[in-house]
Design a protein around this ligand. Structure first.
Ligand code: MLT
Length: 245
């Protein structure tokens, strides 16, 4: 029997976490459009940390503790907020050294679901930092669940594409990871079919349509740049901090 210690699993949505084995596993949360891309880009540009919270009220209340409130709902900056969830905005120099209290429609929910499920370690990843995240998963091997944030409980094309890129990177290099679940193979096939043109592939996703109709194509094209911001995030206590460098 293959090494049970390095089971690699994929969950397409936070709701599916219950169908994976999370106890003693690392969960890597993925929200390509845009929460985990924004977090990786922001940490890479010098943001000190992101505090993922579930509600806009929680985000606003953290201003008292020196956090900048940031909130996205339905792809837009939430009413009453000045900052949403744009990776390009979080790269602006005005955010360097700051702490951001972030709530988003799906990504921050997925982070909380991973914590509530008892993950032993929580990382966040993006195409922007694919290679450094793979290096971390190689160097610190442990059972791993790749968790797509989905869209309101439903499967997400782009998160599954990134899960496939990570699964391919781990399984093809014979590092001791093994998979028993068709979701891993499905994600891997998606990546194998679309890896050569991510800019076109992302246009097949439903969230592309939502964001593009809001004029956010620049954000989308940024999020599919492989290794443009070598960074992943790590949850330490309540905050996501740089997991690399
Ligand atoms: C989410 O958490 O659902 C996303 O990050 C939405 C977005 O910012 O486009």
């Amino acid at each position: 029997m293959a090494n049970q210690g390095l089971l690699l699993q994929v969950a397409f949505t936070p709701e599916e976490l219950g169908t994976t084995v999370v106890q003693n596993a690392r969960v890597v949360v993925l929200d390509v459009l845009r929460a985990t891309s924004a977090i990786c880009a922001g940490l890479h540009a010098g943001i000190r940390c992101f505090r993922p919270v579930l509600t806009t009220e929680q985000s606003l209340s953290l201003a008292e503790q020196g956090f900048i409130p940031a909130a996205e709902r339905e792809g837009l900056v939430a009413p009453g907020f000045e900052v949403g969830n744009s990776p390009l905005v979080f790269r602006e120099p005005r955010f360097q050294g700051t702490q951001i209290a972030l709530t988003t429609t799906n990504g921050t929910r997925a982070l909380h679901a991973a914590r509530d499920a008892g993950a032993s370690e929580i990382l966040v990843g993006a195409f922007l930092g694919l290679e450094v995240l793979l290096q971390e998963l190689h160097q610190n091997p442990r059972p791993t669940v790749l968790l797509g944030s989905g869209w309101q409980g439903k499967f997400s094309w782009e998160d599954t594409l990134l899960a496939g890129a990570l699964a391919e990177g781990l399984l093809a290099r014979s590092l001791g990871y093994h998979a028993q679940d068709d979701r891993v193979q499905a994600a891997r096939s998606l990546w194998q079919n679309h890896r050569h043109d991510l800019r076109t592939a992302i246009r097949l996703s439903s969230h592309f349509a939502r964001l593009a109709s809001a004029g956010l194509e620049e954000d989308i094209d940024f999020c599919v740049q492989l290794n443009a911001c070598p960074m992943f995030g790590r949850l330490v206590g309540e905050d996501l901090v740089p997991g690399w460098g």
